[in-house]
Unconditional design. Structure first.
Length: 355
């Protein structure tokens, strides 16, 4: 099989999509006897260059993501092949030389949450959803919730070509130790954007009777272009006398795991998600999890975690109070699937579609 993969959104710069792309592509090129053409960015090349050989051809791409130049460049550089896979919705609008096209739609966030975007941005993103759903032979997505959203926003007749494959999670933490701190803390892992609902989580935390706890936000306080300014104002208000809301700054995976290991609980207050990776990561460390009562987090967390109304800071506070009043010993969660299992399922889908 000759397969072309768009690897431009690769690595930490692109968050969960970058991890998804990297994990699956590395598995495929090391385990499948296919002929690969990989379209790469400079970040992807750092990881991919060692794999370049007779069966792995690397082609550089320099056009900006979501630009007209990108449309021309990708269309021109996809060679004749059996299958072209885009791990995100920014596919070429004009049909490429590939016999089959597969796209991964992680969610339909821009459609489900138009309040976060101006009219121009909504108009600009709309064609990507249209061509991804209507011109792809197969659509991969990461949860049953996302599949239902895709089918709700587009013609339900596409349901037969939408396949759910959960994200994987591989955590190597054998030599990782918890943070040595003089306080207990709740942990938030995610970007500071309005739909992450950090504001209501902090409002709930602010009303906790137990002041021995801190609220730790993984990431840096500065530099969020679309950050929620209300969150920053609230943090400054809470930290007037003592710094009890902390930002970790940019950290690597090992540091993240250390924060997970020492946490009293993970707090995931999102209004909307396509999957919910922090829940899976927290499960690995067997720590308590309190999360929004929304369909996708119910799908991932099932009955193993505690849920709150994300619109009600008082309810979030109550769930935090349960943690502070009854500290939980280690919880045993079921083991989540690995990235290798996810990649195997993706490979199987690819093999089926070109038969």
């Amino acid at each position: 099989m000759k397969i072309t993969i768009d690897c431009r959104m690769w690595g930490k710069k692109y968050g969960g999509i970058g991890r998804y792309t990297k994990e699956i592509v590395l598995y495929l090129i090391t385990h499948k006897q296919w002929m690969f053409t990989l379209l790469y960015s400079s970040e992807a090349y750092k990881d991919l260059k060692i794999y370049q050989n007779a069966s792995v051809n690397l082609i550089p791409c320099t056009a900006k993501i979501f630009s007209l130049a990108e449309q021309w460049e990708i269309w021109r550089k996809v060679p004749q092949c059996d299958l072209f896979w885009s791990p995100y919705m920014n596919i070429p609008f004009i049909k490429t030389k590939a016999k089959k096209q597969v796209v991964t739609l992680h969610d339909v966030f821009h459609l489900a949450n138009p309040q976060y975007y101006n009219k121009l941005k909504r108009l600009a993103i709309s064609p990507y959803y249209h061509f991804s759903t209507q011109h792809s032979d197969l659509i991969l997505t990461v949860s049953n919730f996302s599949k239902s959203e895709i089918c709700n926003y587009f013609d339900k007749r596409i349901a037969d070509k939408v396949f759910v494959i959960y994200n994987g999670c591989d955590i190597k933490d054998k030599d990782i130790t918890p943070k040595e701190l003089e306080f207990k803390y709740f942990l938030f892992v995610g970007s500071i954007k309005p739909h992450k609902n950090l504001k209501n989580a902090l409002l709930g935390f602010k009303e906790l009777n137990n002041k021995n706890y801190r609220f730790v936000i993984v990431g840096k306080k500065e530099g969020f272009i679309t950050g929620d300014q209300e969150v920053f104002n609230l943090v400054n208000q809470i930290n007037t006398e003592t710094e009890i809301v902390l930002f970790t700054g940019n950290i690597n995976d090992q540091e993240l795991y250390s924060w997970y290991k020492g946490a009293s609980a993970l707090v995931m207050p999102s209004f909307y998600e396509g999957f919910g990776l922090p829940i899976v990561e927290a499960m690995h460390f067997n720590i308590p999890i309190i999360a929004s009562d929304i369909p996708v987090l119910r799908e991932i967390g099932k009955d193993y975690i505690s849920y709150f109304n994300p619109y009600n800071p008082e309810d979030i506070k109550d769930k935090m109070s349960q943690i502070t009043e009854n500290p939980t010993s280690i919880i045993k969660y079921p083991q989540w699937r690995t990235w290798a299992e996810t990649a195997k399922d993706v490979a199987h889908i690819f093999e089926q579609i070109i038969k």
